[in-house]
Design a protein around this ligand. Structure first.
Ligand code: GUN
Ligand code: FE
Length: 436
């Protein structure tokens, strides 16, 4: 044991080692060595840790950092716009014109600095992001994320069909830029890595999808895309790929469905055979309840996915979703699950808060390895929640669990007193002046 690499924090520890099981260790210690948790202890610390300084957070909660499994960083400035449309017209009218602006590195710099700062502010310690087709801007997004000390996967988006001219690549250029992007960024950062990012089947030709799968294999990178978000989109994919049995089958036929670790966003309209393939191939679903509501996409059958052993995490889907705060996304996941419960004649139980909290932390975190929990061996990503009313006594007392529930439904960034990623306390990003 390297005593100089040990940190000990004290507070009210809350996490979900198992789906739906909230573990609370009141007034307890958590011991971290380097990046990882050694253990959590109530009462006395083991003798070997005596004499090491304890950072005492008093009554504050210590919870795992939040994980956002799917967000579009370039769409951050479009939050709240165009939400009177459904997916396909929204993409055409609002999203593509905004993303085209990222050919300008100076524009991208401003948006990405703000976006990364917001991730920090709202306690999203790990995220899986779409950039745009532009490799320069997307490389910069990775650099900013790494400079902030946050963890993540970042993808240069690929689109070589059904896109406006300003965002349409040739197949060859798309593949060449993607390979260069991977070569420039892979292994460069401890916590930030590239991910192969075909936007969705309608915007990628078979040749592009085949080439991207080959790159994913060659460089051993994960893959992310969108799947079965909206009924018009599903119909479009059926028309484009009559040879495939279903939408998931399109990705699978090109080697983009779990052949490498894979995340598919939305998954509102998948049939039983697609869900079976997701489970078999360990394809993660990024559940995006805010986005699915805003674009009137539908209510994802998440309970059913989980029952069928599909791995699930939560996601903001900025800017289909306008809410970046994953705690609030967890509350929305509970709310829409209640509508689903009613819609299924009360057959599919709605999510409890501990279930949604698990999805917001360990559920998505597992895509990163041992992330999202405080079990021994987990990377220590944590938020310190100080929800004491500033300057005034509270009106009533709350238990630790009640405080966690209230933080999820009502809390905000003002309650997040500190953030840790992989054992390190991270401060508000200060991007240097020469970087814009
Ligand atoms: N499908 C393809 N592109 C997008 C996007 O940018 N946002 C959402 N919500 N769905 C998509
Ligand atoms: Fe999306």
């Amino acid at each position: 044991m390297m005593r100089n690499q040990i940190k000990i924090l004290k507070g009210n520890i809350a996490f979900t080692p198992v789906f739906g099981q909230l573990e609370i260790l009141a007034n307890s210690f958590i011991v971290i060595e380097g990046r990882t948790v050694k253990g959590a202890f109530t009462g006395e610390l083991p003798a070997k840790y005596h004499g090491i300084t304890v950072t005492d957070y008093g009554e504050a909660l210590i919870i795992p950092g939040f994980v956002d499994l799917h967000a579009h960083a370039p769409q951050f400035v479009n939050r709240g716009l165009g939400l009177d449309d459904e997916l396909l017209p929204w993409l055409e009218k609002y999203t593509f014109p905004e993303e085209a602006k990222f050919s300008d590195p100076a524009y991208a710099e401003q948006v990405y600095q703000q976006f990364v700062t917001e991730l920090w502010k709202w306690g999203t310690t790990r995220s899986v992001l779409f950039g745009t087709i532009h490799k320069e801007a997307t490389t910069r997004l990775m650099e900013l994320l790494a400079a902030a000390g946050l963890g993540g996967y970042v993808g240069k988006v690929n689109m070589d069909r059904n896109a406006p001219a300003s965002l349409r690549e040739t197949t060859e250029q798309s593949l060449a830029d993607t390979e260069e992007f991977i070569q420039q960024t892979q292994g460069r950062y401890e916590l930030v890595k590239p991910i192969i990012t075909p936007r969705f089947a309608p915007s990628c030709t078979p040749g592009l999808m085949t080439g991207l799968a080959a790159l994913a294999r060659k460089y051993n990178t994960p893959v992310q895309s969108h799947l079965a978000e909206n009924t018009d989109e599903v119909a479009l994919v059926k028309a484009l790929h009559p040879e495939c049995r279903n939408y998931a089958g399109v990705y699978d036929s090109f080697g983009l469905f779990g052949q490498q670790p894979t995340i598919m966003a939305h998954c509102v309209y998948n049939d039983a055979s697609e869900i079976g393939l997701m489970a078999q191939n360990n394809v993660y679903v990024a559940h995006c309840p805010y986005s699915n509501n805003n674009l009137a996409s539908g209510i994802a059958p998440v309970r059913n996915l989980i029952n069928r052993q599909v791995p699930v995490g939560l996601a903001s889907d900025i800017a289909g979703g306008h809410e970046i705060f994953i705690a609030r996304v967890a509350a929305m996941a509970v709310q829409v699950s209640k509508l689903k419960w009613l819609e299924t004649a009360k057959r599919e139980p709605f999510f409890t808060i501990p279930e949604a909290f698990y999805l917001a932390t360990k559920g998505g975190g597992s895509f990163f390895g041992k992330v999202g929990s405080f079990e021994p061996g987990y990377e220590f990503d944590a938020l310190i929640i100080d929800d004491s009313p500033p300057g005034r006594p509270g009106i009533r007392q709350y238990s630790v669990e009640e405080r966690l529930n209230r933080f999820i439904y009502l809390g905000d960034d003002a309650s997040i007193a500190a953030r840790y990623v992989a054992g390190k306390k991270i401060e508000q990003p200060k991007f240097s002046a020469d970087n814009g």
